[in-house]
Design a protein around this ligand. Structure first.
Ligand code: HEM
Length: 419
């Protein structure tokens, strides 16, 4: 059954429909075009656009910052992104990083114990976050910080997009209406508030309990702050980005493990042909893109002039729907990594797990490399665990900005016991 288009659901709830595919708020404030059509997306991509206000506002809520690369405007991103990229090496450390995450998130049970079952997402968020602090922010963690992270239950719940859109449209993100937002969150979304509290605490702990290594990304950020080029809030924003990036990465990593458990024949294939892991990961990101939808707004009108706010609109791409559209994919719901053996398979704006345009994800090569190494490791003779067979592929959850598999329980046992 075709899932309902999310932005359509959002806007249908509280906005009037103007014509097919377009929606206009009754106040004339927010015009949303929803698309999961590669041809239309390709056409849109020829215009001048940037990340949309709606998505930036949503991320700011989730991200706790209006000051990071993810949330700030193009001018800020233009000079900071190349610096960030110079610290984001895809190097020989990737296999070790993948292994460290997996060994900590799925600790080997004692040799004679029965298989263990865990909910993988929350475990992965914590361990990916620790690895990101180590390998990307490049800091050493003093005991209180490391202990806090180890003892924290990271939750992957955020408010559903439909509510984010509703709140945005009702202007609940504005300062005056903050108390109302807090009251709603306290009543209905305690998990979101819980994660916000944890992120705030982590920002503070990192400021006092993380020792930046020489030449690290954190040292660079602090130097930029000392030169007056960044504020404290912007440095904190980049620190919190590590947690947000860990959400996306662990969503993908969780889906990859769940798919491997459901499809042992690919475990055997990747064991024999490790390079196939790249196609496997691409297929995981096709069927379970961590960012289920993403939004843009136009910067220029047809004549190239500056777009007035009312006309810039929102262009929301549902990657989830795009990646499963029968017009663009042969047997779209089938898990079939072999489709990516064709070098053209991902072309033509039909495959956008990392977004598009100038605000495209700078972490994409890093993420692909890490995911690939994780998949290779689990399929290799070196793996410390064996995955128990799952009877089905995971079910994709499509409601939140960064979504995780709904049924994320994974059973495994220690390798030496099984072999
Ligand atoms: C599988 C993992 C990941 C996925 C699926 C993902 C996806 C995305 C998407 C869809 C965007 C928005 C792109 C757009 O607006 O067109 C984005 C932005 C971003 N991502 Fe990722 N991401 C992942 C991992 C990471 C990692 C590991 C990092 C950092 C190390 C990272 C850093 C960023 C940053 C800084 C931005 C904002 C870029 C800008 O605004 O110009 N991401 N990501």
């Amino acid at each position: 059954m075709k899932p309902p288009a999310l932005s359509k659901t959002i806007v249908d709830l509280f906005q009037s429909r103007v014509k097919d595919g377009f929606y206009q708020s009754p106040l004339g404030r927010m015009r949303v075009e929803y698309s999961s059509d590669a041809t239309r997306i390709a056409e849109y991509a020829r215009s001048r656009f940037t990340r949309s206000r709606l998505v930036r506002t949503m991320i700011a809520e989730f991200h706790l910052s209006r000051n990071s690369l993810v949330v700030s405007d193009d001018d800020h991103v233009k000079w900071l992104k190349p610096l960030f990229l110079s610290h984001l090496a895809v190097d020989g450390a990737m296999p070790q990083m993948a292994r460290t995450i997996l060994m900590a998130a799925l600790p080997a049970p004692p040799p004679d114990s029965p298989p263990v079952t865990i909910n993988i997402s929350d475990e992965l968020i914590r361990e990916t976050y620790r690895a990101m602090l180590d390998k990307v922010l490049k800091v050493d963690l003093r005991a209180p910080l490391d202990e806090y992270i180890k003892a924290t239950r990271f939750r992957h719940a955020t408010r559903p997009m439909v509510l984010e859109g509703l709140m945005y449209s009702l202007n609940l993100h504005r300062l005056l209406l903050r108390p109302l937002l807090y009251a709603l969150e306290w009543l209905f979304f305690r998990r979101t508030r819980y994660m916000q509290r944890i992120s705030r605490k982590l920002e503070k702990l990192i400021a006092t309990q993380a020792i930046a290594r020489e030449g690290s990304w954190l040292t660079t950020l602090q130097q930029l702050r000392d030169q007056g080029k960044l504020t404290d809030a912007q440095v904190n924003g980049e620190v919190t980005s590590m947690l947000v990036a860990s959400f996306s990465l662990s969503s993908a990593l969780g889906s990859a493990l769940l798919c491997l458990a459901a499809l042992p024949r690919y475990q055997r294939l990747i064991h024999d042909e490790p390079d196939f892991a790249r196609y496997f990961v691409m297929e995981v990101l096709r069927l379970y893109p961590p960012f289920r939808q993403f939004g843009y707004e136009r910067l220029a009108d047809e004549q190239g002039g500056k777009c007035p706010v009312a006309a810039s609109g929102e262009f929301v791409i549902s990657t989830y729907a795009l990646h499963r559209k029968a017009d663009h994919w042969d047997r779209p719901r089938k898990f079939f990594p072999e489709r990516f053996l064709d070098p053209d398979a991902a072309k033509g704006f039909r495959y956008l797990p990392f977004g598009m345009g100038k605000r495209l994800c700078p972490g994409r090569w890093f993420s692909l490399a890490l995911l690939e190494e994780a998949v290779k490791y689990v399929c290799s003779d070196d793996s410390h665990i064996i995955l128990a067979r799952r009877d089905r592929l995971p079910t994709g959850h499509r409601g939140c900005l960064v979504s995780f598999a709904i049924d994320d329980s994974l059973t495994y046992q220690a390798k030496d016991k099984a072999s």
